[in-house]
Design a protein around this ligand. Structure first.
Ligand SMILES: [Fe+2]
Length: 294
């Protein structure tokens, strides 16, 4: 049901198979999408952002989700604009065609993060995301597994094909209690280091913590509408650190994914505003509700 990267000789074939799966099920897992070498290089280059290396032992066990609040420089964020991710998502939203028959583009809605989830008895209390829910309908959440993740570990679970249902964000769906045997359809988002998984915002999912186990991920939220989370000027300069040449070397398709976010004008900087929209070439203040509806 889900493609395995090593079964494909040509990356284009993998992307086509992956996009078809994402479009059909609203969720996609590609085992070994990125090689062990790619993951090791990514971790080596981003040592100072890696939460496992920079957050104290006490803090790590205090927080369920640990992230370092420094941004990943664009030139070291090797997953963000990789065709295995962006072409797969765009094809899924453009009827299997990269020529954009429906003219749907994706953009980064929020900044990337490296997240380390470390579940303890104490820190999983009140974790809202552990209930079944949908996100905002037009967003697409992407993860790359940075350390082997087993079915017995803290993981995300998804219920495929639920994107066809009319579900509302911000609410828990108690499907475990209300339907018998539904758990046989739960999909565990696990796999070896380098596994990619993606789910659309209108697909039911939950974060499933297992005490004393952890998961380590690169995460990114893309959007197909032009509604975004604001960033600070500090974020901007960290992202562009040593990355000007890299930015200039990107193709037009890649640039358009990040340009709106990186050119956010000062008056909408995070703090002054939390969300913004980009409408007819203009930046406009927005609220969280603007993420909910098209
Ligand atoms: Fe979610």
């Amino acid at each position: 049901m889900y493609p395995k990267a090593d079964k494909f000789n040509d990356q284009k074939d993998l992307i086509y198979a992956a996009s078809t799966t994402l479009k059909r099920y609203g969720v996609l897992i590609v085992e070994n999408c990125f090689t062990e070498n790619e993951i090791n290089n990514f971790l080596e280059k981003n040592k100072e952002i890696d939460p496992r290396l920079n957050i104290s032992k006490e803090k790590i066990s205090e927080n369920y989700l640990n992230v370092n609040h420094m941004q990943i420089p664009l030139c070291r964020n090797i997953f963000l604009l990789d065709p295995r991710i962006i072409d797969t998502i765009e094809m899924a939203y453009n009827e299997g065609n990269i020529k954009k028959t429906k003219n749907e583009n994706i953009y980064i809605r929020r900044l990337s993060s490296i997240g380390y989830f470390n579940a303890t008895k104490k820190n999983i209390i009140n974790n809202w995301t552990s209930g079944w829910h949908v996100d905002f309908p037009t967003q697409i959440t992407t993860h790359v597994i940075l350390d082997d993740l087993s079915k017995e570990s803290t993981r995300m679970q998804v219920l495929p094909m639920t994107k066809e249902l009319l579900l509302i964000p911000g609410k828990h769906y108690h499907i475990d209690h209300n339907f018998n045997d539904l758990n046989k359809y739960f999909l565990d988002c696990v796999g070896p280091k380098g596994t990619l998984y993606i789910h659309t915002g209108n697909t039911l999912h939950r974060n499933f913590p297992v005490i004393n186990t952890d998961r380590f991920l690169w995460s990114q939220i893309y959007t197909i509408d032009k509604a975004f989370e604001a960033i600070t000027n500090k974020d901007k300069s960290e992202i562009l650190k040593n990355s000007n040449d890299f930015y200039n070397s990107l193709n037009q398709n890649q640039i358009e994914k990040v340009k709106i976010m990186l050119e956010l004008p000062d008056f909408l900087e995070k703090g002054k505003s939390n969300y913004f929209k980009f409408v007819n070439g203009k930046y406009i203040n927005a609220s969280k509700n603007d993420l909910t509806y098209l």
